[in-house]
Design a protein around this ligand. Structure first.
Ligand code: HQG
Length: 184
């Protein structure tokens, strides 16, 4: 189990690597990386007392494998979830027959009208299993899960990507490709 302190640091690292590197005066490179030592300096300035071994532990123990280093660990990036446009070097691949999207019932009407949109992130995030979709959805409130006909979408030319940490990504899911699978 990851400690509360590691969780707190990890949340801040997520913010930096996905959304706001400027919080510690940095920018992501084209592929989403920042220098590991710059990250550590930035964290220290913000009062998070971390060393490289803390960062290594957080990366290794993260339950969703949210981060990865380059080969020599001089750079670090988030594997998915960005609101900043980065090139994750993902190849489009054939998705499973169905994928799931967990969200909150308060978004249901809007989603049924407009489709599933990526909102602030770089992609729509989809789950291969119901358990993961449930966790993702419950973050937002009362759960609803949509079941997506990813096989048909793919046949119709929509591209799918699998992030390094096994989150399915796509640009947009039009209304005709999903049904309400479960509420609560
Ligand atoms: C909703 C977490 C109204 C969408 C998770 C979602 C995931 C609409 C919300 C990752 C809509 C965006 C991503 C429409 C979509 N009308 N609402 N037309 N289309 N939405 O957090 O998928 O723990 O950006 O249903 O585990 O919930 O941070 O996306 O509820 O992997 O690593 O707009 O973030 O990972 O919410 O979560 P989010 P998400 P981490």
């Amino acid at each position: 189990m990851i400690s509360n302190e590691d969780m707190r640091i990890s949340k801040f690292i997520s913010l930096i690597l996905r959304h706001k590197p400027e919080e510690i005066g940095l920018t992501l490179d084209e592929y989403g990386y920042i220098s590991t030592s710059d990250l550590i300096k930035g964290l220290n300035k913000k009062g998070y007392k971390v060393t490289i071994s803390d960062i290594e532990r957080i990366v290794a123990e993260d339950g969703k494998q949210r981060y990865s280093f380059n080969n020599d660990k001089t750079k670090i990036k988030a594997n998915q979830g960005h609101s900043i446009k980065v090139n994750l070097e993902l190849q489009a691949i054939k998705p499973p027959k169905v994928l799931y999207h967990g969200t909150a019932t308060r978004f249901m009407d809007s989603i049924c009208r407009e489709g599933i949109k990526k909102q602030n992130r770089q992609y729509v995030h989809l789950s291969a299993d119901i358990e993961t979709a449930t966790k993702v959805g419950k973050r937002h409130g009362e759960l609803v899960i949509f079941k997506i006909n990813s096989e048909q979408m793919n046949k119709d030319g929509y591209k799918f990507f699998l992030s390094e940490n096994k989150v399915w990504l796509t640009d947009y899911v039009p209304v005709k490709y999903f049904d309400i699978f479960r509420t609560n």
